[in-house]
Ligand binder design. Sequence first.
Ligand SMILES: Cc1cc2nc3c(=O)[nH]c(=O)nc-3n(C[C@H](O)[C@H](O)[C@H](O)COP(=O)(O)O)c2cc1C
Length: 488
Amino acid sequence: MSRRNLDASSLPSIIQGGMGIGVSSWRLARAVAQRGEIGVVSGTSIDSVVVRELQDGDPYDRRRVLETYPDDDIVEHLLDRFYKPEGRAEHEPYDLLPIHQFTPRVKSQRILAAATYTEVRMAKQGHDGLVGLNLLAKLKRYSLPCLYGAMLADVDFAFIGAGIPLEEAKQIPKLAAGEPASLRLDVDTSQVDEPDGPYTYDFDPADLLDDPPTLDAPAFFPIISSDALARIMDAKLPDEHVDGWVVEGPVAGGHNAPPRNKQYAEDDTPIYDEKDVADLDRIHGLGKPFYLAGGYGSPEGLQFANDVGATGIQVGSLFSLTDESGYPEDTTRRLIRGIHAGEVSVDTDGRVSPTGFPFKVLTLSGTLADDEKYQRRARICDLGYLREPYVDEKGRLLGRCPSEPVDDYVRKGGDAEKTEDRGCLCNALMANIGLPQYRDGAPELPLFTGGDALMNLPLGSITKPHYDAADVLDYLYGDTPALAGCCA
Ligand SMILES: Cc1cc2nc3c(=O)[nH]c(=O)nc-3n(C[C@H](O)[C@H](O)[C@H](O)COP(=O)(O)O)c2cc1C
């Protein structure tokens, strides 16, 4: 195994942040990497994205890339089982993958690795630029197969946030050496007197490939919200395990770290204070490159980053509405128009995400952000990405999600209070990218996210509700002036 050679002094100054599910698509990451910055694809639910695209007739010719994947049998299975040359009939429900278990089937791991491989390879096609993979530490079941598939596709960076990716840092070199890797699971064992733990999620490259090759390990950048976290990781890990940091504050799109003071307003909005501001001097003092994320998507933000010794900025919200993002064209247009017309705002919702992390919600009508639409959705959990592990009274390691039907959650030993006001992000985020499940002929509804930065959107307008990744980069470089006011 060799570590990717990182020359910290020549790192790009802009990371296009990873945005799941499928918002930071391979098309977006490729467009950004082609311009010499870092493009990032999302590993979150990528297996479901791929099997839905195959059922829709494979609009991006992913099969061509799948055919270069070294695990032939799983490619054949994916094509036989899911590819529909003519696509689905209108409103026909998608066939689903079995839910990836905490004690996983090797087949689920093989599918996930293959899917991630295609996403990274497609992002890397046609240029020599840098491409990263984004994962959420909280979703332990998926990280190892995703990382491995991405590494087979020669991914340059791994960015892992939403949790403390200490263990992941140690597993990356093992995967690169073709060795088995495992992650400890944080399991609710309250239903058994003598739990059988510690519980782990295990992954062995030899289950995928006869003779796992030696691979380059990607540079690893944890996404952290505080200098304390950086210092803990720095102290606990051998120096070569972490290559740098992305420091993300609470105005960023997607999930945010919970407020450190644990205070929430009555409507469940988290109340952040100065404790939530990372001490950048301390992070700088650790001696590694770092990027600032969350409200830095402007020429001034980039300048500020340089002034405090950061390598640059990670930007998500502006990129999420580009022509290359995973959102369908009519969605980005609706969002851009709605934002410029002042009809969409950004709420930080402390309840809706089953992860328990605050989640930024765009208040677009017709989505689950409408209380009436939210109330009308019958709870169902058929994708299961956000399930948490628990051990049942028979000692079995299983999963449950606070957004699943309340009776099921309680039957599984969960606390009913935890289910209140939760939304099914799995199905909503698949709907966001135009891949909604259909139930009785009706699609699952979307729920969009974006950071506070969108409230002063410097690109697009009501009359020209679109822009592309190059426009974002030109704006960040200071080459195009921002629109005056919001409503040009
Ligand atoms: C639509 C959207 C989805 C996101 N999803 C993820 C994600 O899956 N994982 C992650 O680490 N960050 C996610 N983020 C955060 C971005 O990667 C990035 O750090 C953040 O958007 C930067 O701040 P900004 O929103 O002010 O640009 C998401 C952001 C947006 C706008």
